[in-house]
Design a protein around this ligand. Structure first.
Ligand SMILES: Cc1cc2nc3c(=O)[nH]c(=O)nc-3n(C[C@H](O)[C@H](O)[C@H](O)COP(=O)(O)OP(=O)(O)OC[C@H]3O[C@@H](n4cnc5c(N)ncnc54)[C@H](O)[C@@H]3O)c2cc1C
Length: 195
């Protein structure tokens, strides 16, 4: 049987999931391909002491040699992180990069810490400021309406600050931005992030 589709989206994480949603809402027939399983909330959460035992096993087998460095690894069911032995990657020795990966429906939205900061013009202009290349051709004001739409859809928002490095999000919504107790939360919630 042949099913005609207008668009194929690979990966159902925050990026692919939203892309598929927007395309489908625009009336396109969308095929969303996902490499991992669809987990129930219970399966995704796992339970203690099993999560801790699995962590021990995955650390000693080398399955999570790198991913253990993400603070969020210690908060979640370790099954939500890929097996590095089956999914290796390399970086130049002088440019190490910790690549945390999840392979399941929803991708890393199942492990994220709930911090919902908007990108600022510091990020968009970073290549030019660092001398690494041209700045992005868009800025935070161009993205603001799209952030607002997503924040309303997901019921999250960036902190209501007037900080240049963290543009203000939609206000008056349930705030999850400082909910997490993992490394993201600790790093991002301090006012010292504001220049
Ligand atoms: C523990 C943790 C905490 C985090 N906390 C925060 C936070 O608080 N705030 C924040 O802003 N960000 C946070 N992040 C980062 C954030 O979660 C990610 O940047 C974001 O979820 C990435 O979304 P994505 O759709 O780009 O990628 P992913 O979520 O990685 O989605 C990729 C999808 O593609 C699928 N896939 C891969 N290969 C294939 C293939 N060959 N075929 C089909 N499908 C494939 C995967 O299974 C996956 O579902 C956190 C990340 C981690 C790991």
């Amino acid at each position: 049987m042949t099913v005609p589709v207008d668009a194929i989206v690979v990966g159902s994480g925050a990026t692919g999931g939203v892309a598929a949603l927007v395309l489908a809402e625009a009336g396109l027939q969308v095929l969303l391909l996902e490499a991992g399983p669809a987990l129930s909330p219970r399966q995704a959460r796992g339970s203690e002491p099993l999560n801790s035992l699995r962590r021990l096993a995955h650390l000693s087998s080398g399955r999570h040699r790198l991913q253990r460095h993400h603070p969020g690894y210690w908060k979640h069911n370790p099954e939500l992180f890929v097996d590095e032995r089956r999914n290796p990657y390399s970086t130049p020795p002088d440019q190490p990069f910790l690549w945390s990966r999840g392979r399941q429906v929803g991708g890393k939205s199942l492990t994220w810490g709930g911090i919902t900061l908007r990108l600022s013009d510091f990020e968009f202009q970073a290549p030019a400021l660092d001398g690494a290349g041209p700045a992005w051709p868009i800025g935070s004001t161009d993205l603001a309406p799209f952030y607002t739409r997503l924040e309303r859809l997901l019921g999250v928002h960036a902190p209501a600050t007037d900080c240049r490095s963290s543009p203000m999000g939609t206000t008056g919504r349930r705030c999850r931005s400082h909910r997490g107790s993992n490394g993201w939360a600790r790093r991002s919630s301090g006012s010292s992030a504001c220049p």
